[in-house]
Ligand binder design. Structure first.
Ligand code: ASP
Length: 370
């Protein structure tokens, strides 16, 4: 983690709840024309008479600087987020289930090379892509998760198979892949996940590691910081949705953190840490997973909604911009409650995120301030 990190966190603390969703910069002119005013998307804490169905997504949080994001890349990432929102909306608009909307949106981001999940996942220390994912259904509290898989094109689909076709919640490594095959899910060659950009990211991280002494356990040096640009972006993808029936679902998928070692598993597949949904509240997280695990971030937010009866945005903002900031944990969440209120707080300089509601107008944003 760079030395300036605490001040970034401090800025995050001072920032708003961060439901600031910028107008689409990339989309077709008709989409851009239809982009809503971001002020209209500020968190509405007033109780709603009629729940408002919709979908919220993220494509990772971290130090994302305007200088290092070329206009072409920004446009491509906004386009991919828009496509993911539209895939989820198509499900919900037909009366489909929130779980189907979540997996439809996440598949789009897993298939995109721009996000750290599926194609485009970061490399671990051994030069291998090692993927984690989870889903949770708020109505039934059924959940499924996989960790450390290497040959699964869409880990989110395997997580769902674990939930629906096994008596278990979590499977890892070879066992998870054997289960995939037993369910007719093909394995893909590990080469499928290769992208030059992520490979170079690993090379830089390895060089940095060689140049410095290994950080002591518990140190604040975050794996994944690019020593050249100083940027680090966690890049996990996730979605939460509320369907017309009033049921919530959450899902998260990731390649974890660049240069991770020894079978490290992050928060994304840990139910209650990076992914959680119940009948009131659904959360998907992105950030420095070790903190999200130790602070059980996703469940903590939903527990505050349940026990303290806090409005969702207040609960989410408190955990991300107070509890986590004090702990030194960087990242953010997307969250929805059963009335369709939305929160997207993050304590880093950016989080790729988007929202689509009943009117079908996709809105995406990256930075704290547009
Ligand atoms: N939370 C993920 C992990 O720690 C990283 C991310 O959000 O990109 O594995």
């Amino acid at each position: 983690m760079s030395p300036s990190f605490p001040s970034r966190l401090h800025r995050g603390l001072l920032a708003s709840t961060a439901l600031l969703l910028a107008p689409l910069g990339c989309a077709t002119s008709s989409q851009a024309g239809a982009a809503r005013d971001e002020a209209a998307l500020r968190t509405d804490e007033a109780p709603r008479v009629k729940p408002r169905w919709g979908l919220v997504i993220h494509g990772g949080a971290g130090v994302i600087s305007r200088e290092n994001l070329t206009p072409e890349r920004e446009a491509a990432m906004r386009a991919a987020l828009t496509q993911a929102l539209q895939a989820g909306h198509a499900v919900l608009a037909k009366g489909g289930r929130s779980m189907d909307a979540v997996t439809a949106a996440i598949r789009v981001m897993e298939d995109s090379p721009y996000f750290n999940a599926g194609k485009g996942a970061v490399f671990n220390h051994d030069g291998v892509n090692e993927l984690d994912a989870a889903v949770m259904d708020g109505k039934t509290r059924m959940a499924g998760a996989v960790a450390g898989v290497h040959h699964i094109q869409n880990p989110i689909d395997l997580a769902r198979l674990v939930m629906e076709k096994s008596p278990h919640v979590m499977m890892v490594g070879d066992g998870a892949e054997a289960f995939a095959q037993s369910q007719g899910m093909p394995l893909v060659d590990a080469k499928y996940f290769y992208t030059e950009e992520r490979w170079q990211g690993l090379q830089r991280a390895l060089e940095q590691e060689k140049a410095k002494e290994a950080p002591p356990a518990g140190s604040s040096l975050t794996p994944g910081v690019d020593p050249i640009t100083g940027d680090h972006k966690f890049g996990t993808v996730g979605a939460v949705a509320l369907d017309m029936e009033g049921n919530l679902a959450a899902g998260t998928s990731t390649g974890g953190m660049t240069n991770k070692r020894f079978g490290r598993v992050g928060d994304a597949p840990i139910i209650g840490a990076g992914t959680y949904a119940d009948e009131r509240c659904a959360v998907s997280a992105t950030g420095h997973g070790e903190f999200f695990i130790r602070y059980t971030v996703a469940r903590d937010i939903c527990a505050r909604v349940e026990y303290q009866e806090l409005p969702l945005p207040e609960a989410a903002n408190h955990v991300i911009n107070d509890v986590l900031v004090k702990a030194g944990g960087e990242g953010g969440v997307i969250a929805m409650d059963r009335q369709g209120h939305v929160a997207t707080p993050f304590n880093s300089s950016g989080m790729y995120r988007g929202y689509i509601g009943e009117d079908g107008t996709p809105t995406v944003a990256i930075f704290q301030q547009p």
